[in-house]
Design a protein around this ligand. Structure first.
Ligand code: SF4
Length: 258
């Protein structure tokens, strides 16, 4: 299947379904993927098929690459709506993540003060004090919580190390509402088993977790690009809308991407 890798350390601008005109910041190597998850729906492919040969960009390379691109965009009169940490894997896994966040905030203030800084993360390192503090500094701290079903996480998100759903929910609670939860809903099957997380048995416990976390927003979305695993299907617009309505009924703002 045709999965994608992004240039590093800066890519775009791209028009994001969820974020507007987004300039991407990819803290992972350009020639491969490095993630603490190995999601079967990952648009970057499976970890084993995408082993990089080059290293991650350094803090200095990220700052220089971003500044050069912001200068180009300013000269063209098109500034980004959002600077988004995303790309070929988990951004918070970069050893200089916290310092890079500070650099990016400084460049944002200088070149495009109206732009938001977003981080798209799977949340596996959000409990680490340095990462936690850095995530509190950005405008949109967008953390993944596809389910609170531990078996589903193991089969679909496939964490590289120990992943304790309860601890992750506690970590999300620890942001005091300064967190956006993103959740992938999908249908189909993988390895002969259903991966449909749109039913009440998944949505109910997930809603209970949201009640505890009280995020500033929930982003509900589904598969948009080719996936490395065959047999996965998009969740229907009607089902996504139904789930979003349940979130809204909890008094939590929600967006849906079909
Ligand atoms: S967390 Fe994101 S980058 Fe990592 S494997 Fe899953 S979809 Fe891919």
């Amino acid at each position: 299947m045709a999965t994608v890798l992004y240039p590093s350390p800066v890519f775009g601008p791209v028009r994001s379904r969820r974020l507007g005109v987004s300039l991407g910041i990819n803290l992972m190597p350009a020639d491969g993927k490095v993630c603490t998850f190995d999601c079967i729906y990952c648009e970057c492919g499976f970890n084993a098929d995408r082993r990089p040969r080059v290293g991650r960009p350094s803090r200095g390379e990220v700052a220089a690459g971003l500044e050069a691109q912001l200068r180009r965009m300013a000269a063209e009169g098109v500034l980004p709506d959002v600077l988004t940490f995303a790309g070929n894997g988990e951004p918070t896994a970069h050893p200089e993540f916290a310092a890079i966040v500070e650099d990016v905030l400084g460049l944002r203030d200088r070149y495009c003060p109206a732009a938001r800084v977003s981080v798209l993360s799977n949340g596996t390192r959000a409990h680490l004090p340095e990462v936690h503090e850095a995530l509190l500094r950005v405008d949109c701290n967008i953390l993944k919580l596809d389910t609170v079903d531990a078996d589903y996480v193991e089969r679909v998100c496939r964490p590289a190390g120990r992943y304790d759903v309860e601890r992750v929910v506690d970590t999300l609670c620890g942001f005091g509402g300064r967190v956006i939860v993103q959740t992938m809903f999908m249908c189909g099957e993988y390895g002969g088993r259903s991966v449909d997380n749109t039913g009440a048995e998944f949505v109910g416990p997930w809603l209970a977790a949201l009640r505890r976390i009280r995020p500033q927003q929930v982003m509900v979305y589904t598969i948009d690009r080719e996936t490395p695993a065959a047999g996965l299907r998009k969740a229907s617009p009607a089902r996504l809308d139904g789930i979003a309505e349940l979130v809204r009924a909890e008094g939590i703002p929600v967006s849906v991407s079909y």
